[in-house]
Ligand binder design. Structure first.
Ligand SMILES: Cc1cc2nc3c(=O)[nH]c(=O)nc-3n(C[C@H](O)[C@H](O)[C@H](O)COP(=O)(O)O)c2cc1C
Length: 220
């Protein structure tokens, strides 16, 4: 995989939606690793600008990361209770909570505009977080020559990743910063650490495994 992508360092910079920038991704790719931008919190127009900005700063491959969470299910009663509970916190700042909650992150599973953008721009790599998109979406990205990665926090998720034809799996241990890419937040969670999960996936899957979580320095 490293050779195929022309990488000289076996290091992938974690995508961090809303935090990591095109400049950071380009710097990592220019240094021989794989830089990443996180577009999970962007719409297609915002993502286009980030992708163009990254292409402008590097000729090397980089990764574009999307959120593939399940659809939000509205529960007006529960949401009203949360908003009521938060009212005093808003009041401290002289503000009132919103009247209702809305979905802020669109899932890539349900975003044909974002899929068209990725097929048009053809970044070297696209990675999935929180789940996998439908088979047709995976096929469309692969047909565009894009290599695919997906986060797994358990063996079951990694097996789904491999079965879907994804090129490599990211073993995201419980130590990982930010949100964990669990597929189903209501399912049982073993909370495996990076070392245990990486070894388990390396043994039980036939695709490359990328360790993520708690790796702070060169020694790590
Ligand atoms: C602020 C922040 C935002 C993150 N956003 C994303 C994201 O958009 N997509 C994603 O796949 N992972 C995201 N992650 C998780 C990272 O990709 C990675 O798994 C994690 O940072 C690795 O653990 P470490 O920070 O201990 O090295 C985020 C992590 C942090 C700290």
């Amino acid at each position: 995989m490293l050779e195929g992508l022309g990488m000289t360092l076996p290091i992938i910079q974690a995508p961090m939606a809303g935090v990591s920038t095109p400049a950071l991704a380009a710097a990592v790719s220019n240094a021989g690793g794989l830089g990443s931008i996180g577009i999970g919190a962007s719409d297609a127009a915002g993502a286009r600008a980030m992708i163009d900005e990254t292409f402008a700063q590097t000729d090397r491959p980089f990764n574009v990361n999307v959120f593939v969470h399940g659809p939000a299910v509205q529960d007006p009663e529960r949401e009203a209770a949360w908003l009521a509970a938060l009212r005093p916190a808003f009041a401290e700042f002289g503000a009132a909570p919103p009247s209702d909650l809305r979905v802020i992150y669109k899932s890539f599973s349900d975003d044909p505009e974002m899929l068209s953008l990725l097929v048009e721009k053809k970044p070297a790599v696209v990675s999935f977080h929180f789940g996998l998109p439908p088979a047709e979406t995976i096929a469309a990205l692969k047909n565009a020559g894009i290599r695919l990665l997906a986060t797994a926090t358990s063996l079951a998720e990694a097996e789904a990743v491999e079965a879907a034809g994804i090129d490599a799996v990211i073993a995201q241990g419980i130590e990982a910063g930010g949100h964990r890419g669990v597929f189903d937040p209501l399912a049982a969670d073993d909370g495996l650490g990076t070392f245990a999960l990486t070894r388990l996936l390396a043994r039980k899957t036939g695709i490359p495994v990328i360790a993520a979580g708690g790796i702070m320095d060169g020694a790590g």
